[in-house]
Design a protein around this ligand. Sequence first.
Ligand SMILES: [Zn+2]
Length: 76
Amino acid sequence: MAEYSKSSRTPPPPIATRNCDDPRIDYKETVYLHKFLTPQAQILSRKRSGFCTQCQRQLKEAIKRARHMALMPFVN
Ligand SMILES: [Zn+2]
């Protein structure tokens, strides 16, 4: 997650630079998935991640699957 000052009124830019035609987000790409977690290991909202509805759902499933396989944390 990007560090930015709380006084800034401009929101940080979305993270996702993903084409919807790309293959599904894989739960084994933990380095990629970690970009969409807060420091407390919560999944970023669609507004912050920049994903469309379908891609955000894929991201959610991938992160939850990775958590279940103990590849990613539930909480930091
Ligand atoms: Zn998409």
